[in-house]
Write a protein that binds this ligand. Structure first.
Ligand SMILES: Cc1ncc(COP(=O)(O)O)c(C=O)c1O
Length: 405
C-alpha cells in the first residue's frame, strides 16, 4: 500500500498509528513501503540496507520472487479451510521439513511463541503420561528468550526483565541455569524434570552461542536421566547459523525442535518437529489450532524453504558470516564479537547501543540493539561480502558518532 492509495501524508500515517495503536516499540522514523532482497524502501523511496531482516525472517531475501509467486498462486485457490480436510501444501511441506531436519513428524502453528507453547505442552504431556503427574518440570537457560505467551514467557530465563515483571505469577515448573555451565544444569535437574530447553545461540539474550562441550554434555545428561532435549530454533533455524538448523552444528539429536520466523519468509507460520515416540503423545484432541498449517502459509513456507535449500544459503551464511564477524572486530569500541553464521552480535565497551542503532538508521543501515551495549545483526542469508563491507563502513561511522554523545 502506498500513501497515494490512501490519500494520506507520511506524517498523517505516523500520527494515526501513534493515536490508535498500543505502541510497545521504538519505531524507526520512516514508513516501510516495499522491500526487495537486501533493501527496505521508505515513503520517499530511500533504500535502507537491511541487516535486521525483519528479525531473522527474510532469510531468502525480502519479497523473494518464488515466495511471492507461491502466495499469489495459492491465495486465489484456497486461503483457509481449517485442519479437517487434507491440503497439498501442508503435506508436501511436512515431508520437506521432516527430511531436512531429520525428524519424524511436524505440527504447524502460527508463530514462534506458539510453537514453543506446543513444545512445552508436548514435553509436559509426554512426562505426565509416561512417568506420572509430577514429571513436568523444565530447565532452561538464564538470559534465554522463548516468547511472549505464558508458557514461553515462563521458559524465558529473564526473571528481572520486562518479559516477566508485572505478569507474575508465571507458569510453575520452570527453573533457570547458567548457559555453558553443565554443573549448573545438573544442579537444577530433579526427579521431576522432564526436559531441558535451549537455544543453541541465544538471540535476544545478547547473541551467545553454546559451546560444543556444553551441548554434548546436556544431551548426555538428558539421555542419562530420561529427559527430553528441546531446542528452540526460532531464530537459529532455517540456515541462519550455517546449517539447516542450529543444532546440526553440534552433532546432537534433539527430541523436539520449534521453528518459526524464517520458515514462512514473511507469512506467519511456526511449527514443532518431534521424534515419533514423543510426537505420539499428541493424540487426537490433545492439541489444535485454527490457522496453524493454513494452505496459504504452508505454500509460502514450501517455496521459502526450497529457496533456502536449493540456493545453499546455509553455506553462504557460514562463509559471509565468518568474514563479517572477523571484520567487525576492527570496529571502534568493539569489546566482543559473538555469533554463528549470520546471527551476529557486537558488544561495545560503552552503553550506546540504542544511539548506535539510531545513527545507523540515519545512515540507511538497519540493525537492532539488545540491552545497553550490544548490536545484533540478522541480515537475509543472500548477503554478500560487499553488503557486509558497506554495513561495516556505516556501523563504524555510527559508533564514532554515538561515542561522542
Ligand atoms: C529464540 C526465540 N524463541 C521464540 C521467539 C518468539 O517468536 P515470535 O515472536 O514469533 O512469537 C523468538 C522471537 O524473537 C526467538 O528469538
Amino acid at each position: 500500500m502506498k500513501l497515494s492509495d490512501v490519500n494520506l501524508t507520511a506524517q498523517q500515517v505516523k500520527d494515526m498509528a501513534t493515536k490508535y495503536m498500543i505502541e510497545t516499540y521504538e519505531r524507526f522514523p520512516f514508513i516501510a513501503i516495499r522491500a526487495k532482497d537486501m533493501y527496505l524502501y521508505d515513503e520517499n523511496d530511500n533504500a535502507y540496507l537491511d541487516f535486521y531482516g525483519g528479525i531473522a525472517v527474510n532469510n531468502a531475501g525480502s519479497c523473494n520472487d518464488k515466495v511471492v509467486a507461491a502466495v499469489r498462486d495459492q491465495v486465489g485457490d484456497l486461503m483457509h479451510t481449517f485442519n479437517y480436510p487434507y491440503s497439498i501444501p501442508q503435506a508436501i511441506l511436512a515431508k520437506l521439513i521432516c527430511e531436512a531436519v531429520g525428524m519424524d513428524k511436524i505440527f504447524y502453528q502460527n508463530s514462534g511463541t506458539e510453537a514453543n507453547e506446543a513444545m512445552i505442552k508436548m514435553a509436559r504431556k509426554y512426562g505426565t503420561d509416561n512417568f506420572g503427574p509430577e514429571r513436568y518440570h523444565i530447565v532452561t537457560a538464564k538470559k534465554s528468550f522463548h516468547g511472549r505467551t505464558f508458557g514461553a514467557m515462563s521458559a524465558t530465563g529473564q526473571p528481572d526483565s520486562a518479559n516477566h515483571k508485572g505478569y507474575e505469577p508465571l507458569l510453575p515448573g520452570f527453573t533457570y541455569a547458567d548457559l555453558n555451565d553443565l554443573d549448573s544444569f545438573k544442579a537444577a535437574v530433579t526427579d521431576n524434570t522432564i526436559a531441558i530447553m535451549l537455544e543453541v545461540v541465544q538471540g535476544e539474550g545478547g547473541v551467545r552461542p553454546v559451546t560444543k562441550e556444553f551441548i554434548k554434555g546436556i544431551e548426555a545428561l538428558c539421555r542419562e536421566k530420561g529427559m527430553l532435549l528441546l531446542i528452540d530454533e526460532i531464530q537459529t533455524g532455517w540456515c541462519r547459523t550455517g546449517k539447516v538448523m542450529g543444532f546440526m552444528n553440534f552433532d546432537i539429536k534433539p527430541d523436539i525442535i520449534s521453528m518459526a520466523k524464517a520458515m514462512g519468509g514473511g507469512v506467519p507460520i511456526g511449527a514443532i518437529c518431534a521424534r515419533n515416540e514423543v510426537a505420539k503423545t499428541f493424540n487426537p484432541g490433545a492439541h489444535g489450532t485454527t490457522y496453524g498449517g493454513s494452505p496459504l502459509c504452508t505454500a509460502a513456507a514450501y517455496a521459502q524453504i526450497n529457496e533456502l535449500l536449493d540456493r545453499n544459503l546455509a553455506d553462504n551464511a557460514k562463509e559471509v558470516g565468518d568474514y563479517f564477524m572477523n571484520k567487525l572486530k576492527d570496529l571502534p569500541h568493539a569489546k566482543e564479537v559473538r555469533g554463528m553464521g549470520l546471527l551476529v552480535g557486537v558488544e561495545f565497551d560503552f552503553g550506546g547501543a540504542l544511539n548506535i542503532k539510531r545513527a545507523c538508521v540515519e545512515r540507511k543501515l538497519l540493525v537492532t540493539s539488545i540491552g545497553a551495549n550490544t548490536i545484533r545483526m540478522v541480515p537475509p542469508l543472500i548477503a554478500t561480502k560487499e553488503d557486509c563491507d558497506k554495513a561495516f563502513d556505516i556501523l563504524k561511522e555510527a559508533v564514532e558518532a554515538a561515542a561522542k554523545l
